[in-house]
Design a protein around this ligand. Structure first.
Ligand SMILES: Cc1ncc(COP(=O)(O)O)c(C=O)c1O
Length: 484
């Protein structure tokens, strides 16, 4: 009986330290090998929906399994089933920011496993978050009265920004909500036709209503037309609605266009509207002294979001919302239940007060490690090279008369279009080319629509992508066009 009890005891608790150490060493090699050889993998799998699950047992394990067996399944099923966003030929979207210091930061964060909800539950996580937010504020040249909070994504950030705008436009919304109030007109939010759909998602979540996000026309370079914004606001005012906020994007998702922030800021001040700047992607350009112009009008904003996981080499997820006078955000969301009171030091920052989330990951560590490892100059030099590659690709596109540029190139994004075919088939052809290239596993691009036409889109920002990779991608595109 005694022996059996001892055996049972051996089965409890965590994996024994010596075994864990061995696994960690093995994993260190696994991660280093993955990073070193990532370029040899298919960028995207050839899998059909359901194919990955079909290779794994549908029943949960009754007994524990060995590390070796689990890792073998990762190699056999999971890795081949991935789109490798860190692959140098992954040229889609914006989130390609896996870097060695970022990975190390994520690894250290895992065993610490703190909940950065209040200063007391994790003083170091809280203070490092405050420090990293301030470092980034300095890099963005935002005035001192801006302070921020880290969320997972820009979508969550804009929802919080608009929640503050809503509270200030309609006092007591926090307490009473919007429903059933005769004193609340329809609230309108304005964003350009090219702005991210997170504006609508925020409006849905906040009870503002998706249709109250009004899309403003853009000019030939896909920037918000400020005159059209003015006209829309006048129309809405005449109809008894209340303009609540405008979203100006610095680096739109499809083309990286930059809205005329100073003009939009003037309109916002005139109508006492909240100005939110979506710099989720383009905000990172502020680290390059020669790109100072992107920051025009930022100091006029009420809020600004930047995703260092898009341009600044911090792994997903890390999004910072800056608010002018952060207390405005705290007033909307602070709520301390009795069971947390003991762990709440009022004099210290408790990040749970600045949003919906209570439990919060220690995200600041990886950003701090990335920022320290590369420094501003190192980050700027890498971004500068991505801008050079984007310009180079644009030149190649212009030099081939089967293609045309579909938008001006202002950041690391190039939109272009194959035009060497029957006019009626061009849209389908461009879409098919992207499908074919992605299915080949040799590169990954995306497609979007501009002025109603389908275009191919390449995003440059992966730390591993070199000029040779880009040349290979361009050759692949040309060859695919040749088969058309
Ligand atoms: C300009 C812009 N804003 C917001 C977002 C939303 O970002 P997130 O995925 O962090 O919510 C994106 C996503 O790509 C974006 O491109």
């Amino acid at each position: 009986m005694k022996d059996r009890q001892a055996d049972l005891k051996d089965d409890l608790g965590d994996v024994p330290p010596e075994e864990f150490r061995k696994q960690l060493h093995q994993l260190a090699d696994w991660i280093a090998d993955y990073r070193e050889k990532i370029g040899e993998l298919r960028v995207a799998p050839n899998a059909k929906p359901g194919a990955i699950r079909a290779q794994l047992p549908a029943q949960p394990p009754e007994e524990g399994e060995s590390f070796e067996k689990i890792i073998a399944d990762i190699d056999r099923v999971i890795v081949p089933g991935m789109v490798h966003w860190g692959h140098p030929m992954f040229l889609g979207y914006f989130g390609w920011t896996t870097t060695a210091p970022g990975i190390l930061g994520e690894i250290i964060t895992a065993p610490l496993n703190v909940n950065a909800m209040t200063w007391r539950t994790s003083p170091a996580a809280t203070e490092l978050e405050t420090l990293v937010i301030d470092w980034l504020r300095q890099w963005l040249h935002l005035p001192n009265d801006f302070d921020g909070v880290v969320y997972d994504t820009a979508s969550v950030a804009i929802m919080h920004a608009l929640a503050v705008a809503r509270e200030e436009a309609v006092p007591s919304t926090r307490k009473l909500g919007l429903a059933g109030r005769a004193d609340v007109p329809r609230l309108r939010v304005y964003a350009s036709e090219q702005a991210h759909s997170s504006a609508e998602k925020a409006a849905i979540a906040l009870g503002l209503g998706e249709e109250n996000v009004q899309r403003v026309a853009t000019d030939a370079a896909f920037r918000m037309d400020a005159t059209a914004l003015r006209e829309m606001i006048s129309r809405d005012l005449a109809a008894g609605m209340r303009p609540l906020a405008a979203i100006a994007t610095v680096g739109t998702t499809s083309t990286a266009s930059v809205d005329p922030v100073p003009e939009i800021a003037v309109i916002c001040r005139e109508h006492k509207m909240w100005l939110h700047i979506d710099g989720a992607y383009g905000g990172g350009l502020a680290l390059l002294p020669e790109c100072k112009s992107v920051m025009a009008g930022w100091s006029e904003a009420d809020s600004l979001v930047i995703n260092p996981h898009k341009m600044l080499f911090v792994p997903l997820d890390f999004s910072v919302l800056y608010v002018r006078d952060l207390e405005r955000l705290r007033r909307v969301f602070t709520l301390v239940p009795e069971y947390l009171r003991g762990d709440t030091v009022a004099a210290e920052k408790n990040y749970m007060d600045y949003g919906v989330q209570l439990g919060r990951r220690f995200r600041a560590l990886k950003a701090w490690m990335v920022f320290r490892t590369f420094g501003r100059a190192g980050i700027a030099a890498r971004i500068r090279d991505h801008l050079r590659l984007a310009t180079l690709l644009a030149e190649w596109v212009k030099a081939d008369d089967r293609f045309e540029l579909a938008a001006p190139v202002s950041m690391g994004v190039v939109c272009f279009r194959f035009i060497g075919t029957d006019e009626n088939k061009i849209d389908a052809m461009n879409s098919e080319m992207v499908e074919r290239i992605n299915a080949s596993g040799r590169a990954y691009l995306t497609q979007t629509k501009l002025n109603g036409r389908t275009v191919m889109r390449i995003g440059l920002g992966n730390i591993l992508t070199t000029e040779q990779h880009l040349r290979n991608a361009w050759e692949l595109i040309r060859a695919t066009a040749g088969e058309s």
